[in-house]
Design a protein around this ligand. Structure first.
Ligand SMILES: [Zn+2]
Length: 239
């Protein structure tokens, strides 16, 4: 009987290993939330060698004149304290290329992009959750965020001449009915600005997120792994 049990345990263990990979064992976040993430730089680099589309690339290098206002690297955010050690703005390669096309198209109208947040390491999503214990305003650590896959971006439009933001329905991260992507009771100019942002993002492969006018997901996000590589580590890799 004991032998039979042992066999069962061995079978179960090998099943788990084959599903999640040995590396995942021993990771605190994995143990807590049972989500497989790419959290090791060597593993990340091996994945990128296999499939360059999962590479996380710096937006500054891909998109000329893009403005960065990475709020989670400052205290000016929902959490009231810096959640990033540095102001990184990375996206997966195809999402970065799509955003490059968006900026190029907007240029004709004297308009550019300002990024509030892009790729977010999974550990930060966990920190958000553990701080607020809520999954309405922050992503569930059991599933991760599309930001963790380098396939979501929070952004707005700026006037290229003045560098100033165009008027939008609400400030970034204001969770109110006005933040909804279809909220209609707004001044005409604001509606026009939001529509311009939505149209150009849709045209280049992004999807509208209903609850937040500033958030867009890159289609095909499901194909990208949840990553937990810090900006500092990404800066060490060849971009
Ligand atoms: Zn977002």
């Amino acid at each position: 009987m004991l032998k039979l049990y042992r066999k069962w345990w061995l079978f179960l263990f090998s099943l788990l290993v084959s599903q999640y990979g040995l590396q995942a064992f021993g990771q605190t976040n994995f143990e807590k939330y049972r989500l497989k993430t790419v959290s090791d730089l060597t593993e990340y680099e091996a994945l990128v060698r296999q499939d360059s589309s999962v590479a996380l690339v710096a937006l500054k290098q891909y998109i000329p004149n893009i403005q960065l206002d990475i709020r989670y690297a400052t205290s000016n955010n929902l959490m009231g304290e810096p959640m990033y050690q540095s102001a990184g703005a990375f996206l997966s390669l195809p999402a970065a290329k799509a955003l490059q096309a968006v900026q190029e198209e907007l240029k004709k109208q004297g308009v550019g992009l300002k990024i509030y947040d892009a790729y977010r390491p999974y550990a930060v999503t966990v920190a958000f959750y553990e701080k607020v214990r809520d999954t309405v305003f922050v992503a569930s650590p059991y599933r991760g965020s599309r930001h963790n896959r380098g396939c979501a971006v929070d952004l707005t439009l700026v006037d290229l001449k003045t560098g100033k933001e165009l008027k939008m329905p609400t400030p970034f991260d204001e969770f109110s009915p006005q933040a909804h992507s279809q909220y209609a009771k707004l001044p005409k100019k604001v509606l026009k600005n939001r529509q311009l942002l939505q149209e150009v993002m849709l045209k280049h492969g992004f999807e509208i997120y209903p609850d937040e006018w500033w958030h867009f997901d890159f289609s095909g996000w499901k194909e990208h792994p949840v990553m937990d590589i810090s900006f500092e580590e990404l800066n060490k890799t060849k971009q």
